[in-house]
Design a protein around this ligand. Sequence first.
Ligand SMILES: Nc1ncnc2c1ncn2[C@@H]1O[C@H](COP(=O)(O)OP(=O)(O)OP(=O)(O)O)[C@@H](O)[C@H]1O
Length: 249
Amino acid sequence: MTTGLQVRNVSKNFGGLRVARDITLDLPAGARTALIGPNGAGKTTFANLIIGALEPTSGSIYLDGHDISKLPEATRVGAGIAKTFQITNLFRSLSVRDNVRLPILERERRTASFLRRYDGDSAVEEEVEKTLAEFQLLPLADHLVRNLAYGQQRLVELALTLSLKPRILILDEPAAGVPSSDSHLIIDAIKRLPADLSVLIIEHDMELVFEVANRIIVLVNGTILVEGTPQEISQDPKVRELYLGAGHG
Ligand SMILES: Nc1ncnc2c1ncn2[C@@H]1O[C@H](COP(=O)(O)OP(=O)(O)OP(=O)(O)O)[C@@H](O)[C@H]1O
């Protein structure tokens, strides 16, 4: 059986606008692939096609050989495809620990009883502490999310997403809005992600992309211009001209 995510000849039109054109790519287990490209290239649209927020006009998406192209977003999350939460989904008036606990409980389908009364469950609490430790959030565990620096909030967001135990993770601009002095927090967290997780990183920050990705896909006008290793991409004249500009690589 083919494992991981396979995208085959996927196109998406918005009326007459062709935003994804015949995209084919593989995200095998353990992939660290970055999707880069100029503004309006269709990166977010492509992420939305994978998670099921949009349905392709044509083409198919397979998870472990099963066609998931028509499955709704919630079903795909259950199947193991996750995208980083928007920061607005964090509970800003709750502590970091309480935020991390919620998706774990939700995964265990206990959210309703949690909202009524939660007396603690040692397996859940153990996982909460483990997750906090993995993301180096233990020193901040009792802080309210609203009091954290932006980069730290993004770390909490990543920890929450990982609590869903996805197999395919879409990181949509993980460093957006994070001051460069804090971008190492995000880079380190991505480097510590489980080795067998398939990760697709959509990102403008080239320093981050070149540090964490071992494969880069350049999207232009909804189509794959070129795909290769970071070294190949940094040396590709079309990419240098179109996207990276002089002085990179
Ligand atoms: N729901 C929609 N209806 C119509 N057009 C859309 C819709 N969503 C996106 N577009 C258009 O599709 C094109 C690609 O947008 P998309 O947001 O996917 O690009 P992007 O590469 O993510 O850009 P950025 O880097 O600026 O986030 C743009 O021209 C955008 O205006």
